[in-house]
Write a protein that binds this ligand. Structure first.
Ligand SMILES: Cc1ncc(COP(=O)(O)O)c(C=O)c1O
Ligand SMILES: [Zn+2]
Length: 363
């Protein structure tokens, strides 16, 4: 299996530890995915690896790494569908990506990984590293909720707290990774992560026997967004769906480089100084795959929408009052959906992801 540079097309065996091409382009995985067919779903597995035939996997290392993640339920509340993606081993959707990424690390013999995260991806990578017997260090920005840090250290990983914002934390982590010989197990650069997040869509399709007309997806670095788009393109190419659903991509009103780019039709994220937001998980000022996100957003008529800061708490309360205890970044999805309806009118047949648990941000 090969990595192919998304910019210059250069290839490299996936066993490389080099996080991106020397031209600066990020790696994609070059492999032939089989057409989506129900008969290729491994129904003996009650987790996301039931779709292993549609995932680029080096070998069977995942069988010893999986923690049973995925195959999360879909429920109805006030005529809206919600996918319970906080019902995961480490309580967020990031387990989808981390299970595949760390399986890949195990397959290629990695002994130590380092990663930067706003918290949830760090918890996931730390948990799967523990399971795989891989040393793990997670860089988090200051202000990362205590529960996330406690969880990461409980898995035996080391936490390095970096002053400043999430983007600065990523810069420091990348510098540290460059200077040492540890593997940069990043959910942003490494395309194996997206092999996991693709399964969100495969599950929805198998569970509902269709894809809803509207999908609400949060976008910071876009790991769920990209996985979803790749899987939807796969379903469409396999003639399983006859049209692409409408994606409502949620950004914080205080940190919205992709929203701003879409507003002016730019092909790259708009950078400027952002304000702190309750939706810390999507507070990414410089999304590394921003150009790819925007290219796909224009191709598939994605609508970017703001989660108004003042509406996040209300959305969280409404969901909790209905038995759903989720974190602020997840409440932002509903706040963003409500904002979309305020501007465009009500929509029917919408699925919102509940991608992170409230327990991790509670005091
Ligand atoms: C709960 C939650 N939702 C959404 C996101 C955004 O994911 P991404 O940055 O991959 O777009 C994150 C990222 O940490 C998260 O923790
Ligand atoms: Zn290149």
């Amino acid at each position: 299996m090969l990595f192919r540079c998304s910019k210059c097309g250069r290839t490299m065996p996936v066993t490389t530890a080099i996080p991106k091409c020397e031209c600066g382009g990020l790696w994609d995985i070059d492999w032939e995915i089989p057409s989506f067919e129900e008969s290729l779903i491994d129904t003996n597995i009650w987790g996301m690896f039931r779709y292993h035939n549609f995932m680029a996997l080096d070998d069977n290392a995942w069988k010893d790494i999986t923690l049973g993640e995925g195959f999360t339920p879909v429920i109805y509340l006030d005529n809206i569908l919600y996918k319970m993606d906080y019902m995961m081993p480490t309580l967020s959707f990031k387990d989808r990506g981390a299970a595949v990424l760390i399986s890949h690390c195990k397959s290629i013999g990695v002994k130590s990984v380092v990663q930067d995260s706003s918290g949830n991806a760090g918890c996931s990578v730390a948990a799967y590293s523990a399971r795989a017997g891989i040393n793990c260090t997670i860089y988090v920005p200051e202000g990362t909720p205590r529960n996330k840090i406690n969880m990461i250290t409980s898995y035996g990983a080391k936490v390095v707290t970096v002053e400043g914002d999430r983007d600065h934390c990523a810069d420091i982590c990348r510098e540290a990774a460059l200077k040492s010989d540890v593997y940069y197990a990043t959910h942003v650069y490494n395309p194996f992560f997206y092999e996991g997040t693709k399964t969100y869509i495969y599950e929805v399709f198998e569970q509902l026997h269709r894809i809803p007309e509207h999908l609400v997806i949060p976008v910071g670095n876009g790991t769920l967004f990209l996985g979803c788009v790749y899987a939807l393109e796969h379903l469409q190419k396999s003639s399983q769906i006859d049209h692409f659903p409408h994606i409502i991509a949620v950004q914080s009103e205080y940190c919205d480089p992709l929203f701003r780019a879409a507003e002016i039709g730019s092909n790259k994220p708009v950078s400027y100084s952002f304000l702190p937001t309750l939706a810390e998980g999507i507070a990414i000022g410089r999304p590394m795959r921003g150009k790819e996100i925007l290219r796909l957003a224009y191709k598939h008529n994605v609508t970017f929408v703001h989660a108004p800061e003042g509406e996040i708490k209300k959305a969280k309360e409404y969901l909790a009052n209905n038995g759903l205890y989720i974190e602020e970044t997840t409440a932002a999805n509903l706040a963003g959906f409500r904002e979309y309806c305020r501007i465009n009118g009500d929509v029917k047949d919408c699925l919102i992801t509940l991608c992170g648990s409230g327990l991790k941000t509670a005091d």
